[in-house]
Design a protein around this ligand. Structure first.
Ligand code: GYE
Length: 302
């Protein structure tokens, strides 16, 4: 096991990584980043895909404990319900690093560090853009919201950050809000339902690009112009979304960086050599308008 005297330095470390799934372009980029970084760092990666199911992640973590991996890293699909299995890891003296998504456990000794974005801040940035966009206009602004996976940190936080900003002005109304599970197919399906049930939609706020891209298809099939007839705010900043932006179909994209692999492997090494690591490491991110997206597209990595 790990020790402060660098006992582990000559031995190849093994990390058990439980990924959420393969639900989005963001996730694909994140998986590749983690796999590439492990290789580069000379770390053996045991990779497990949970297909967006918490029970699969719990099984994977238990199997990592049984295999006595050096470190467990995982991106929790939802925020709640982790205490039991995390306690099992703790009792086995296997450090746990949360990547990308957070847990709501009250006991923060159950993990050594949480590396990822500030999703509340992302929601606030989305709200700030909207408030600016409609400054000086009095008419009601009807918003439909495509939420991420129910109970996930990014869905909870992107909703609360956004709502927090727009509630200052009563003209902003979220007229419908439903989960699209962070996927294109669900985003399209739910947007189709919104278009049928809502007589007036001014703005779509999608919690990720894949749902926005699915919704764009639904909007176009309904004979309306995405980005013009319905303004679209999205989150992530993947290449496909930047392409849609350069065609005028998404108005603004709040960046969420999936390239966490190198930082994660760095943390693994530090933890195993007994170094103190920060409990929370936040990713730095921006906001992209259509012009900025078009300019960034040729060099965008994901
Ligand atoms: O925004 C979405 C993905 O947890 C930040 O998960 C991640 C989110 C990301 O499915 O595209």
């Amino acid at each position: 096991s790990g020790s402060a005297d660098g006992k582990d330095s000559g031995r190849k470390l093994t990390v058990g990584f439980s990924q959420v799934g393969a639900e989005s372009g963001w996730r694909t980029a994140n998986t590749k980043s983690v796999q590439d970084a492990a290789k580069k760092a000379g770390i053996t990666l045991k990779f497990s895909d949970a297909q967006q199911k918490q029970e699969n992640q719990i099984k994977a973590i238990r199997s990592f404990i049984q295999q006595k991996v050096d470190v467990i890293a995982f991106s929790p699909v939802v925020e709640s319900g982790w205490d039991t299995v995390l306690k099992e890891a703790k009792d086995a003296h296997i450090p746990v690093i949360l990547t990308d998504r957070a847990v709501d456990s009250k006991d923060d000794s159950l993990y050594v560090s949480f590396l990822g974005s500030d999703f509340v801040e992302e929601g606030r940035k989305a709200g700030d853009w909207l408030v600016k966009q409609y400054q000086g206009k009095a008419d009601a602004v009807n918003i439909v919201e495509l939420q991420g996976t129910t109970g996930s940190a990014p869905a909870n936080d992107r909703k609360s950050g956004f709502t927090d900003v727009i509630k200052a002005d009563a003209k902003f109304k979220i007229v419908a809000s439903q989960t699209g599970d962070f996927t294109r197919a669900k985003g399209k399906e739910v947007m189709q339902a919104f278009l049928k049930s809502q007589p007036k939609i001014d703005v779509l706020y999608a919690h990720n690009d894949d749902m926005a891209l699915g919704a764009i298809q639904a909007i176009e099939e309904a004979g309306r112009k995405p980005g013009t007839d319905i303004k679209i705010i999205s989150v992530d900043g993947v290449k496909d979304a930047f392409t849609a932006m350069s065609q005028g179909k998404i108005n603004v994209d709040v960046e969420c960086n999936p390239l966490l692999g190198d930082q994660l492997m760095d943390l693994v090494k530090k933890v195993k050599s007994g170094q103190q690591v920060p409990k929370r490491i936040k990713t730095e991110e921006g906001v992209f308008t259509q012009d900025q997206a078009a300019a960034a597209l040729p060099t965008r990595q994901y």
